[in-house]
Design a protein around this ligand. Structure first.
Ligand SMILES: Cc1ncc(COP(=O)(O)O)c(C=O)c1O
Length: 378
């Protein structure tokens, strides 16, 4: 994918904000708990390797990713010794690679382990495969669900030297909402499944950002922190943050073209928007191929703190906005972030189009260059 470095549309990522957020979250966690930085999905759109470097500087205990290639990206970028967990399912044919790279992997069935044993003979190191048993306590996504299967899984691991059962974990479906009932129920199921094991693994973990922010009494050896580390509220606006976090990402562009319209002249595909007499229209070099989704047309963008409405449909590479007055070409436009005290956060954007902040952040495409600053060094 081409990165558009010859146009002014950029995602600025403040690595200092990420470090401060990690310190802030850590200061509210019990001291013996591990903090794992979740950098899947290219670090929620912020750039996995740069975020991981910042997170390491802030003293995290390891990293979590979703797919094996994301783990290899970190290993190849110099994170050679760090704890690294692939939380999603992996292909059993790759087990020798996983063991050799000392990567911990989520496993969800004994059948997978059975298939892994002969393939592990092909590994080049003596590393056992580091396994985190995924248990499904109500998310309904991956994981073993019964005590007897947990026991059988544990006993299978104990019988094979090439397997090391390092952890057991689960994921909550409603931790970002007010519904305590489902969270409690999942917690009870998790405790039972863990109690059914003969030997408690080194890492028993259940917390994501929401569990860590709002439910610190739930016992976990590690917190897998994603969205909060980037400075965002996992619930968008449902629950208030218990302490402040600093949003790390600003999506900016510049006015590329300005014109004054006559009444009734139309804007963009479908000629659906008709300008009023004298309306100032600016063209911005950003569109849905950059992740500025077509249905975001109801969300104003910020020009010197002024909320400027989008006019007409958003095109693949450009969109048009209405200005309160003539602004020069090159004037900065904040699509996502803060400008003169006004905020266009991912949660505001998400609300405008019926999604969640996570999707907005991950949706900023690779065409948009990520530029790194560190506000703690300024
Ligand atoms: C298993 C698991 N743990 C932790 C996380 C991190 O979640 P959050 O970004 O809400 O902290 C995720 C993300 O979806 C996940 O799938």
């Amino acid at each position: 994918m081409v990165r558009g470095i010859h146009r002014p549309t950029v995602a600025k990522v403040d690595l200092g904000a990420i470090k401060i957020n990690i310190q802030q979250i850590r200061s509210h966690m019990k001291p013996d708990k591990q903090l794992l930085a979740v950098v899947k999905g290219d670090g929620y759109g912020h750039g996995a390797v740069s975020v991981a470097n910042a997170a390491k500087e802030a003293g995290v205990d390891g990293f979590c990713v979703a797919i094996l290639d994301e783990a290899f990206e970190l290993r190849e970028s110099g994170f050679t010794e760090d704890f690294l967990l692939v939380m999603g399912l992996t292909e059993v044919r790759d087990v020798a690679l996983m063991a050799d790279a000392n990567i911990s992997v989520a496993v969800s069935s004994i059948e997978w382990l059975e298939q892994a044993i002969p393939l592990l003979a092909l590994r080049k190191t003596d590393n056992p495969l580091r396994i985190h048993l995924a248990v499904d306590t109500g998310m309904g996504r991956i994981g073993i669900r019964t005590e007897s299967k947990v026991r059988a899984f544990e006993s299978f691991c104990q019988q094979h030297e090439s397997l090391h059962l390092e952890g057991i974990f689960t994921h909550f479906a409603t931790a970002d909402g007010e519904d305590e009932f489902q969270v409690e129920r999942q917690y009870e199921v998790f405790k039972k499944l863990v109690a059914s094991m003969k030997v408690r693994p080194k890492m028993v973990h259940l917390a994501n950002s929401a569990m860590t922010l709002w439910r610190e009494d739930y016992e976990t050896d590690a917190a897998r922190i994603g969205i909060a580390m980037y400075g965002y509220n996992p619930s968008d606006t449902t629950l208030p943050l218990p302490y402040p976090l600093i949003p790390a990402l600003t999506l900016e562009t510049e006015i590329a073209y300005v014109k004054q319209m006559q009444e009734g002249e139309t804007i963009s595909y479908g000629a659906r928007y008709r300008a009023y007499e004298g309306e100032w229209i600016a063209t911005l070099p950003i569109g849905y191929a950059d992740g500025w989704r077509r249905d975001l047309h109801t969300l104003p963008v910020l020009v010197e703190g002024n909320a400027c409405p989008v006019r007409g449909v958003i095109c693949m590479d450009q969109c048009m906005i209405s200005l309160p007055k003539a602004y020069p070409i090159g004037t900065k436009v904040v699509m996502l972030g803060e400008s003169h005290g006004q905020i266009n956060g991912p949660s505001e954007m998400a609300a405008a189009i019926g999604t969640i902040g996570y999707e907005i952040l991950c949706g900023i495409s690779q065409r948009v260059p990520r530029i790194y600053i560190d506000s703690t060094h300024e």
